[in-house]
Design a protein around this ligand. Sequence first.
Ligand code: NDP
Length: 464
Amino acid sequence: MTAARTDALVFFGATGDLVHKELFPALQGLVHDGGVRMPFIGVARSPWTTEQLRARAKDSLEQSGRFDPQAFEELAPLLHYISGDYGAPETYVAMRRALGGARHPLLYMAVPPSVFPVVTDALAGAGSTEGARVMIEKPFGRDLASAKELNRTLRRHFPEEDIFRIDHFLGKEPVQNITYTRFANPWLEPVWNRSHIHRVQITMAEDFGVKNRGRFYEEAGAIRDVVQNHLLQLLAIAAMDPPGGAGPDAIGDEKVRLLEHVQPLEARNVVRGQYRGYRSADGVAPDSTVETYVALKLFIDNWRWSGVPFYIRAGKELAMRSTELFVEFKRPPRDLFGETVPPGSSHLRMRIGPDIAVGFGMRVKVHGEQMVGRDVELALTSCPGDAHPPYQRLLSDAMAGNKELFARQEGIEASWRIVEPVLGDATPVFSYEPGSRGPVQADGLTGTDGPWIDPAPPEPTECR
Ligand code: NDP
């Protein structure tokens, strides 16, 4: 058990995509903004040197547009590299040597899930789990049984308070803004329920494909990659009850309770798609049925949400890149002015990326003699993007032992229970064109609830 502050970071999978994309910018931020000074030790099998790791960090910062020469000078000497097999005791002897006097490392598993248990067991065999914290990437397991098994492996060697299960959406500023907006504006609470809300939509649209990550994606697909974790976490934040008390567990408790009340998915409420061209990507089987798109309808079995549909769409190679939560209030019970108020006129839109925005939709009268209206959206706040990488916040919290922004095992298990009935080939996969809105079959899913409401295009502006 460790209550001490972290004094070193060891990251396994140092040569990988995630470390390049997310970790190096976060480390530069920690060093430069947070004044963090500790060894950052990368471990992987590739026969690299420390100099190569530093060059890789520089490349990552340049590519992400965050390279700051002064900050990099502070970061580079802290980076060290160990080449070795994840299961070999010598790797951990070298790790201990590199740790020097550090006794409370944060051990970060940025390796494929199949390698998590190999590293954990080898760390324990080398006596290197004592006094350490462990941070583990999503996906946490491939299904409910493997998530439980992985948890048992971790719990054999680490107490619960030292295990940090990452879902990096939870470290995003705009995701925290959803929680904030809901509970800092008490007038929302009386209308945040089945009496006033028609439906809720969550969209995660990407305008790019699997790139060079085909082999990884073949084992995942959209449901495992983003629905089971990121998008169900968003749903939980959007739909949970107000937290009681102010303890660090209050919000986590409510999210878990909510997820436990989501009904498991039924095949008739799921449409899977695959973009044309996916099968020729590197590492993808020529007859793959893995989904690069999914649209689904969920129900929450509690007093607040009974009967309200929650729609989720996630896909690659779509017409735009945007992630947003769209809460659609009910239409008027009668069309009083001889016009039909369109679905979605009255709404709250919370965009999470690529820009950050909160918009409030209303129907207002057009000037003139006729009682005719138009839809307007009041931009309550908007910002070009996250100022700090989400991993900077998450690493800093894990180093301080703060678990508030990390996923909980009960929530992870509840999420697997929700998606498990539709994993794999439980439903057919339909083809769609790159640059489209996904397979046309998804349009049939919404029925009388009204058509899908597509994300609004981002409006890059100054932060306000
Ligand atoms: P990579 O495939 O890039 O793997 C990371 C590193 O792990 C590789 O550089 C490799 O290093 C080592 N590795 C790869 N395959 C194996 C293997 N079969 N056995 C042992 N070592 C292996 O993965 P990512 O960096 O993309 O992802 C790492 C983890 O983070 C995964 O769990 C992923 O699901 C998760 N994740 C990734 C995201 C991303 O955007 N990339 C986003 C969110 C989560 P070497 O061969 O040098 O040892």
